[in-house]
Design a protein around this ligand. Structure first.
Ligand SMILES: NC(=O)c1ccc[n+]([C@@H]2O[C@H](COP(=O)([O-])OP(=O)(O)OC[C@H]3O[C@@H](n4cnc5c(N)ncnc54)[C@H](OP(=O)(O)O)[C@@H]3O)[C@@H](O)[C@H]2O)c1
Length: 331
């Protein structure tokens, strides 16, 4: 008999998140009511914002409720439907959470073409992270041909798309990534002109050498010391898209340098949240899907097996153990 395996938030972390913060339970498969759809998940998306939701603190995303199924993006197949917009067998992307099955009223559910690309791409380059990259680059940085764009977490779900889009826009692209393997991939597969390993003891010197013309656009995913170093290399009138500060999600402090830098360099720094721009998602996903079809957009995934391993997958993501989009394959 099929059952619904679910991962609940059991208690909030007081320090770093651990598997003990979660509880795995087995429940009956839910029955869809009038207008509802039953989806069997194929993959769950692991995203850095989930760490913020574990705290009971005011943020752009509501805190995760204790005792409830952890929220999160999912792709899967419609198993039963009482909603005329969906049919059994449809591939769908939604917010089904950390569980094998979910029931939806269809509002947050979208059918996708799982023949064009593997279904999990709609959680990565052709989904929320891809739109994030598209928005921050095109609406905040607005790169011009010949400018230099620096991207941190350059091989991650968001960063890998930023680097490729910036290159297509004619920019010189420089990535920051953790370790020689990620840096080699950044240059060979993602087309970055250079990549600097933030774990290198001579990181600051290597970053300076990789940026002979300074930085015109900075796509910031991390914060911390690499961000501080990058601010020193900004050109006059440069643009900084503050997308994420993952280095501080488990409590490390973030700090801005001396405020005079804003005045001296006349640069713009703008934070953004992709869900504030839902009107642009169809345009962004359309463009990203066209690039993927033309083989001009590539990506990489780290796939963990089994729902019960989802908490560890989140922990590993927060420690930079992923290489590309972090996913859990649902059994
Ligand atoms: N603003 C928005 O709407 C929005 C939407 C989606 C994502 N984001 C943000 O975008 C950033 C990237 O998200 P993603 O989903 O694409 O994740 P990701 O880049 O696939 O994974 C996170 C990566 O961050 C890097 N990292 C660097 N320093 C780190 C540190 N001190 N601790 C942990 N990781 C570190 C690691 O790569 P290296 O090994 O290469 O360092 C790690 O693999 C995150 O900050 C996220 O919160 C924002």
């Amino acid at each position: 008999m099929a059952s619904n395996l679910q991962v609940l938030l059991d208690r909030r972390p007081t320090d770093k998140v651990s598997p003990a913060n979660f509880r795995v339970v087995e429940t009956p498969v839910p029955t869809p009511g009038p207008g509802e759809v039953l989806v069997r998940h194929s993959f769950l998306s692991l995203d850095p914002y989930m760490r913020g939701r574990l705290n009971d603190a005011k943020s752009y995303a509501k805190p995760q409720e204790i005792g409830a199924v952890m929220g999160g993006g999912t792709v899967g197949i419609v198993e039963a439907s009482n909603n005329p917009r969906f049919h059994p067998g449809d591939a769908v992307v939604g917010m089904g959470g950390w569980q094998r099955y979910s029931v939806s009223d269809g509002a947050m559910l979208r059918t996708v073409d799982a023949k064009a690309v593997p279904i999990q791409a709609y959680l990565g380059a052709l989904g929320m992270p891809g739109v994030t990259a598209w928005y921050g680059l095109n609406r905040i940085i607005e790169p011009k041909a010949g400018e230099t764009v620096l991207v941190s977490a350059a091989t991650g779900a968001v960063g890998s798309v930023v680097g490729q889009l910036a290159k297509l826009a004619g920019a010189r692209t420089v990535g920051i990534a953790g370790g020689p393997d990620k840096c080699a991939y950044a240059v060979k597969e993602l087309g970055y002109d250079a990549c600097v390993d933030h774990k290198s003891p001579s990181f600051a010197d290597e970053l300076k050498a990789a940026l002979p013309n300074g930085i015109d656009g900075l796509f910031e995913n991390v914060g911390g010391e690499p961000f501080r170093q990058a601010l020193d290399r900004l050109n006059d009138f440069s643009r900084v898209a503050v997308c994420g500060l993952i280095a501080s999600y488990e409590g490390a402090l973030t700090a801005l340098p001396d405020m005079r830098i804003f005045l001296v360099k006349r640069f713009k720094m703008e934070g953004f949240i992709v869900s504030d721009h839902m009107d642009l998602w169809p345009k962004a996903i359309g463009e990203l899907a066209s690039l993927a079809a033309a083989k001009k957009l590539t990506w990489r995934e780290t796939i963990r097996d089994g729902l019960e391993n989802t908490p560890q997958a989140l922990i590993d993501l927060l420690q930079g153990q992923n290489f590309g989009k972090m996913l859990v394959k649902v059994d």
